[in-house]
Design a protein around this ligand. Structure first.
Ligand code: ADP
Ligand code: MG
Length: 263
């Protein structure tokens, strides 16, 4: 099957089991959202796919190839990762940071980026609405601006698999819509896009496939209409909600009715 297929992924930290046999699929050409409460295991699952977490069990395949057995240099040409907390690098310009996305494709003896590299970096910055920031120092940008630069860096990698951990967490609503729209375009162009996110209405609006994690287990997977069910939201988040279908809109809308009972 084309796309990402994770099966039985188990990750432990000491005695604790953080992911407990979690499996999901992320079809190529689709945007897949990992949703679930804080601490559910979303970042750990993304880290596991990227080969950053040691698996106690399970398999991860991309386009039927074992991703975990792939040499790091090969993986870097295929997969891009936007971390939840990207560390800031001192004294690099925005253009330099986005240019890092081209490094996997450059030979060690290459003196300067190629014209193609430069064009790809420019296009990635423009896609994120950050063209005017190319010469600015990255570490002086706001959190939301840095987040858009990190997404531009990942786009500049021209990945076939793109994993983003809460990529819209610091963004204003316009930038959130821009990023999700760009990600959907990437998917339609053949990229397999997986992102962790919290906003269920934006997930319903922009994502084709939802994967729900709860305490280290995948508890539901499917289209937004299939997955966003009041019983599931109550069970997973402890929040009472109504799901409505707005006439003329093809995706469901979640209305939160009550805060969880914390007694
Ligand atoms: P999410 O991204 O869904 O909020 P995480 O994947 O970051 O959740 O973490 C899942 C759980 O595993 C959390 O309770 C977190 O504290 C724990 N965890 C993650 N990494 C480690 C680690 N290296 N050692 C111990 N606990 C960890
Ligand atoms: Mg996380």
């Amino acid at each position: 099957m084309s796309g990402l297929v994770a099966r039985g992924v188990t990750v432990r930290a000491g005695e604790r089991t953080i992911l407990d046999g979690s499996g999901f699929t992320a079809p190529a050409g689709a945007v897949t959202a990992l949703i679930g409460p804080n601490g559910a295991g979303k970042s750990t699952l993304i880290g596991a796919v990227m080969g950053l977490r040691r698996l106690a069990g399970g398999t991860i395949a991309f386009d039927d190839t074992n991703l975990l057995a792939m040499p790091a240099a090969e993986r870097a040409k295929l997969c891009a990762h936007v971390e939840q907390f990207a560390t800031t690098t001192e004294r690099l310009t925005v253009g330099d940071v986005v240019g890092l996305g081209r490094v996997p494709f450059q030979s060690a003896w290459q003196a300067a980026p190629s014209a193609h590299d430069e064009a790809v970096v420019k296009a990635a910055l423009a896609a994120m609405g950050m063209a005017a920031f190319a010469g600015r120092l990255y570490h002086l940008l706001s959190g939301g601006e840095q987040q858009r630069v990190q997404i531009a860096r990942a786009l500049a990698q021209e990945p076939r698999l793109l994993l983003l951990d809460e990529p819209t967490s610091h963004l204003d609503i316009r930038a959130q819509l821009l990023v999700l729209d760009v990600l959907r375009h990437q998917a339609r162009a053949g990229c397999t896009v997986v992102l962790a996110m919290h906003d269920l209405n934006l997930a319903a609006r922009y994502c084709d496939h939802l994967v729900v994690l709860d305490t280290g287990k995948v508890v539901a997977e499917g289209t937004p209409a299939d997955v966003l069910d009041p019983d599931l939201l109550l069970r997973v988040y402890g929040v009472a909600a109504t799901i409505v279908q707005v006439p003329g809109k093809p995706y469901p809308l979640v209305i939160y009715d009550s805060a969880p009972n914390t007694d």
